[in-house]
Design a protein around this ligand. Structure first.
Ligand code: ZN
Ligand code: ZN
Length: 361
């Protein structure tokens, strides 16, 4: 990311502040601080006004903040960052102060209330920063591509070790190891490996349980590379799959393909969700599809837009989303197929290179 990119992000967000009639925004979530300044330290507070930016952190990050953060002013302070921020707000006579309602703790809000003069009004920021983050720049898209590639390569390499007797936890560890060897900073989330009936839990935790000789294996994995996430779910079957599983897999694959085909700039996210449900409904399998079709991803594994039932959000060129229908049958097993795709003017580009047909090992 170039300094120009961070300047552009801050400028755009400053415009949103102006539209909300706010004097200043207090950005306390590390991910939004990273988005606006590039700073990756775990303790920071960004004060942003339409004309300036001040980034506060503690002495552990003195060298790092100088190296990586893009902000007009940077201050390394001892003690609570919020106390410093309130001093600054008093000094500058700020009145309308926007905070991240989903992140600022109740305790911090009380501190602000106690320490700021009565004329100060603390209001929640609207979702303009989330909306801004949903639209990816070319540099961000390049990072997501890299993340997706690392993720898919790690899957192929790890797959060589998958055989009956390996536990779900061991295979998940193999995936994580491969990801790190290929350049990921960490996994985007806790890798899901679920075999047999356990795969009916959409967010199963890998168990210390051996994968059987004839078993469904659901793998949901993502990497974080250069700060950016990837997300993919694939189905593997050890031994020849039974008819019921093969049919269910074919139905979910059809739903996934229909969902991908519905993605285009100008289309409502809710319509994409409906498109993935339709083929499942035809086969009376829609009751087994218990979650949303997908989500945006970027610096976070789950961010805007939500691709769910009734979502009025209109897809735009440059959004990166997942399409991940599933069917989960208690007592039998579950199937999910998930790609990461880039929304384009005329449709979408599937970023995930891994084939999504069932792998039989
Ligand atoms: Zn996933
Ligand atoms: Zn996902």
């Amino acid at each position: 990311m170039t300094p120009a990119e961070f300047t552009a992000r801050k400028r755009r967000f400053a415009l949103a502040l102006f539209q909300q009639k706010l004097d200043v925004a207090l950005i306390t979530s590390p991910v939004n601080v990273r988005y606006l300044t590039g700073f990756t330290g775990s303790n920071s507070l960004l004060i942003l006004t339409p004309t300036t930016s001040l980034l506060l952190t503690d002495p552990r990050y003195a060298i790092q903040v100088a190296q990586e953060a893009d902000a007009k002013q940077k201050r390394v302070v001892k003690g609570p960052l919020l106390a410093q921020a309130t001093e600054w707000l008093k000094e500058k006579k700020a009145r309308w102060i926007g905070v991240e309602a989903g992140h600022l703790t109740y305790g911090s809000l009380q501190t602000l209330d106690d320490q700021l003069p009565k004329r100060c009004k603390i209001v929640p920021l609207d979702d303009s920063l989330e909306k801004q983050r949903a639209l990816k720049s070319p540099a961000e898209i390049a990072r997501i591509r890299h993340s997706v590639d690392v993720n898919s390569q790690a899957f192929e390499r790890a797959l060589k070790t998958l055989k009956p007797g390996v536990t779900e936890a061991q295979f998940a560890a193999e995936i994580d190891y491969r990801m790190r060897r290929l350049g990921a900073e960490q996994t985007a989330f806790e890798t899901i490996v679920a075999s047999g009936k356990h795969s009916a839990l959409p967010h199963a935790k890998p168990r210390q349980a051996a994968i059987g000789a004839h078993a469904i294996v659901l793998v949901d994995m993502g990497a974080q590379v250069g700060g950016y996430m990837s997300d993919m779910t694939r189905m593997v079957h050890l031994g020849k799959p039974g008819r019921r599983f093969a049919d269910l897999h074919a139905a979910v694959l059809e739903a996934q393909l229909e969902g991908v085909a519905a993605v285009r700039a100008g289309v409502k996210a809710g319509d994409v969700d409906a498109a993935t449900r339709k083929p499942l409904k035809r086969q009376k399998l829609d009751k087994y599809f218990v979650h949303s079709t997908g989500h945006g991803l970027g610096l976070e594994i789950h961010e805007g837009p939500r691709i769910g039932k009734g979502s009025e959000t209109v897809l735009e060129e440059g959004m990166v989303i997942t399409i991940e229908p599933g069917a989960y049958v208690e007592g039998f097993g579950g199937i999910r197929i998930e790609d990461t795709v880039l929304v384009t003017k005329t449709g979408c580009e599937i970023l995930t290179p891994t084939p999504k047909e069932l792998r039989v090992l």
